[in-house]
Design a binder for this molecule. Structure first.
Ligand SMILES: Cc1cc2nc3c(=O)[nH]c(=O)nc-3n(C[C@H](O)[C@H](O)[C@H](O)COP(=O)(O)O)c2cc1C
Length: 198
């Protein structure tokens, strides 16, 4: 079974609806390490050695966060800046993350319709996530399409429960020795037939 590390970043988790529903559903799953960055590093002083050790111990790395100004909250960026060091994560001798799997799990206030060339946000979510995609690729990781919960303000508890169940199924899928080819073709991992809630 592949080991999954969830790097979770939410500056106001105590007020969260969407992410708290997602996290609640997967936090105790076997083979999953939930790493709450704001809880662990409220002062932003990241223990780089400990983070590298955690990465070494896992096969699948998930950047899980709400979309803030079309990107991630600042502590996640700090984590990327501090932990993904030259000649460790990338560079001529940097192969520590080689062949691991990586993806973003995000929640957005804006609905799917807002994220297109005719919509208010002009670009798709996948386009906004390009810096994450390229970061993962530079580090030799296999980057998958995102799992996204969109239009969060309009979702009721039942909708959120459905998304939480999908996230749980996605975790199981990622733990299996599945072929990533099929997953790479999706725009959103939510679209995978295997994740549909009955
Ligand atoms: C500082 C800030 C920036 C935000 N930026 C965006 C954004 O760029 N795009 C978007 O769709 N929603 C944006 N939102 C809305 C959040 O993504 C949304 O409230 C969150 O995903 C809901 O999850 P939660 O219930 O777990 O907090 C922003 C919210 C805050 C507080």
């Amino acid at each position: 079974m592949k080991k999954i590390l969830i790097l979770f970043s939410h500056p106001k988790f105590e007020k969260s609806r969407a992410n708290s529903a997602l996290i609640e559903r997967i936090k105790d799953k076997e083979g999953v390490t939930l790493h709450d960055l704001y809880e662990r590093y409220p002062d932003f002083h990241i223990d780089v050695t400990a983070e590298k050790e955690l990465l070494n111990q896992h096969d699948v790395i998930i950047w899980h966060h709400p979309l803030y100004w079309y990107s991630c909250p600042p502590l996640m960026k700090q984590w990327i800046d501090m932990v993904l060091e030259f000649n460790w994560a990338y560079g001529p001798e940097g192969n520590a993350l080689q062949d691991k799997t990586c993806l973003n799990v995000i929640t957005t206030g804006g609905s799917k319709e807002m994220y297109c060339s005719e919509g208010v946000n002009s670009f798709s979510v996948n386009q906004f996530l390009r810096p994450f995609e390229q970061t993962a690729k530079l580090c030799g990781m296999k980057y998958l399409p995102p799992f996204a919960v969109m239009g969060t303000h309009r979702l009721n508890d039942e909708d959120l429960e459905d998304y939480a169940n999908q996230y749980s199924k996605l975790i199981v899928l990622l733990q299996d020795e599945i072929s990533l080819k099929e997953l790479k073709l999706a725009t959103f991992l939510n679209d995978l037939p295997k994740l549909k809630t009955s």
